[in-house]
Design a protein around this ligand. Sequence first.
Ligand code: NAP
Length: 312
Amino acid sequence: MYDIIIIGAGPAGLTAAIYCGRSKLRTKIIEKAQPGGQVNLTEKVENFPGVFMADSKKISEVMIKQAKELESVEIDEFKDVKSVNCKDGIIEIKGSSDISGKDFSHQCKALILACGAQPKKLGLKGESEFTGKGVSYCAICDAPFFKDKDIVVIGGGDAALEEALYLAKFAKSIKLIHRRDQLRASGILQDRIKNNPKMELVLSSIPLEISGKNFVEKISVKNVKTGKESEINCSGVFIFVGYAPNTKFLEGFLTLDSDNYIITDEEMATEKQGIFACGDCRKRPFRQIVTACGEGAVAAHSAEKYLTNNNR
Ligand code: NAP
């Protein structure tokens, strides 16, 4: 029986673990992949106070080390949680190992959901067919395959612009397709995009279809103001149009919002006693590493308070 189980080892889950471990609570983190979360998929972190232009991997390595060094904290990797149930104040988490295929079941007194989010798909014709054959959702993973190639990036938020700037180090040219005539991303990223000679903005345009023979060769787009359709020749299409929360295993157990995010109060408490949520899986207005860490700390504090108040 664990005091606390944390599902997800991104910045929110790792921060929660650091706080739980420092309170000497018997804590297990269950992570679907490797610890670190989405930070592992970015190149640099520039907006985490106290850390100047840090290599993203270094930030997650330090967070993981901080959690692992605490005596009462353990981390299980490559374990997929399939269900959560609660009876008489005991919470049961069931799933299976992605490595051995074996099922597992763990019990705890309080649960922190920090299961994060994953890139949204557009549902375009050709998108799933060419995933891994020119269509990608991760610049840091796939950029080297596009050295001196013409590529397209879809999206106008922070992720699209940040990833496009990373891709520009490899690609010959980048066309950034965005559905409106105003980008959503922060001003500093917009300035960098506009000053990068490899970058061309294709605004007020929506993608229609990705096509090619064995690999991506072109994408067709429609200008939403003029209605004109055109084709862009390219070897790669990188899609960054937001994220969807990893909450499928909670359907029917917790009430989720219309986009499947977990609803909590200010103390990160869900509608179910002893169950808390933090980070990108939680309904919130601003998704940053710094806000995920802050929420992780609050969730750990609330979970500890719950255990104390209920003599658990
Ligand atoms: P986002 O801010 O929600 O932006 C998604 C972008 O994709 C928007 O430009 C949106 O267009 C576009 N889009 C959404 N659905 C679309 C569709 N069906 N077809 C075409 N375009 C579509 O998501 P994000 O950029 O992934 O960022 C997620 C969160 O992480 C944000 O809170 C962001 O600030 C944060 N983040 C921060 C950093 C950083 O601070 N350095 C880096 C990455 C991410 P509209 O603008 O028209 O809605």
